[in-house]
Design a protein around this ligand. Structure first.
Ligand code: NAD
Length: 301
């Protein structure tokens, strides 16, 4: 099989001034892409900002013989995202890949979490993915080509104490790509999610130095490079960390149909095990498939 290459392609990576995003940007450039290195350069909680982070990674790419533009706009800034995309279009004339990776944390138990803490995290992760995606979407449609990778998390998929804000944002991104995968299909726009586990400033305080090294960002990077490539699937959620790769999927059980005469809260209670029976469960490709099943069951099928 041939190598995955990005020659003549243009990629934008948000939050690429450090951690995972830096690794993605360096590798895309090494494989021939022209790269916009976006990073606000702020603190882990979203405060502050400096162009040094984006500029540092863009300089690394150029020093290795690649092409890069540094951009220090916040992903939460509509006009800033539009200007970033225009900057790339003026320089290179197309945008093939968007990796929405920027992120912050405001961890607290829900009891202690303020609404502003919730909003700040939703803004950066969820709207901070929507805004750059919106800015590239019509360009990708016109090109009949696009690869979008959003960044979810095991917290969004399964939950984690102290991260109600982060989890809500991260699962919101799965809802986002579930529809982009459908709307992008006829224009060859594929949308996927990475669910990484990696040693970065986000996880530094949670693991030992040995584990931190063993789960370095470069072990996640190959999965993202594949999701950004011509051969990428669409609608996949790729979990990756330390060299391990797995797909996360949502399944729905076959369930039961309660005839009108049997319909009651008690019947739902009494049928709970049957409603949850995993035999025949399915992963749906679109929301309408759930409705089709209900209509089939209503008709006695
Ligand atoms: P990181 O803090 O090193 O990287 C995040 C980057 O985003 C930082 O460089 C930061 O400056 C930038 N950023 C923050 N707010 C921004 C904004 N408004 N505009 C532009 N840039 C902004 O941490 P990381 O671990 O590399 O995180 C990358 C992504 O992976 C995040 O979305 C994170 O939630 C996700 N993630 C990481 C892990 C993990 O184990 N490290 C697990 C699950 C998900």
């Amino acid at each position: 099989m041939s190598d995955i290459r990005f020659d003549a392609k243009v990629a934008i990576v948000t939050g690429a001034g450090g951690g995972l995003g830096r690794q993605y940007a360096l590798e895309l450039a090494r494989r021939g892409a022209k790269v916009v290195v976006n990073d606000l350069g702020g603190n882990l909680d979203g405060t502050g900002g400096s162009p040094a982070a984006a500029e540092g990674v863009a300089a690394e790419i150029k020093a290795a013989g690649g092409e890069a533009i540094a951009n220090a706009s916040s992903v939460t800034d509509d006009a800033g995202m539009a200007a970033m995309v225009q900057q790339a279009m003026d320089a290179w004339g197309r945008i093939d890949v968007l990796i929405a990776n920027a992120g912050i944390l405001r961890d607290k138990s829900f009891t202690k979490m303020t609404v502003p803490d919730f909003e700040a995290v939703l803004n950066v992760h969820l709207l901070g993915t929507v805004k750059p995606t919106k800015a590239v979407w019509d360009i990708m449609r016109a090109q009949n080509y696009g690869r979008i990778v959003v960044t979810t998390s095991s917290t969004g998929l399964y939950g984690n104490f102290g991260q109600a804000n982060y989890g809500a944002a991260k699962l919101g991104l799965i809802g986002f790509i579930n529809t982009l995968k459908l709307e992008g299909q006829k224009n060859n726009i594929h949308a996927n999610a990475i669910s990484p586990v990696a040693g970065t400033r986000m996880t530094e305080s949670l693991v030992t130095p040995e584990v931190f090294k063993a789960i370095a960002p470069q072990y996640v990077m190959p999965g993202v490079i594949y999701l950004a490539s011509d051969a990428a699937p669409s609608g996949a959620i790729l979990a990756a960390g330390g060299g391990a790769f797995a797909l996360a999927r949502m399944y729905e059980t076959e369930g039961v149909h309660l005839a009108p005469a049997d319909l009651s809260a008690e019947a739902v209670r009494d049928n709970w095990a049957r409603i949850g029976d995993e035999a025949g469960q399915q992963a749906y490709a679109a929301g309408g498939e759930q409705g089709q099943k209900f209509f089939r069951k209503m008709a006695g099928g």
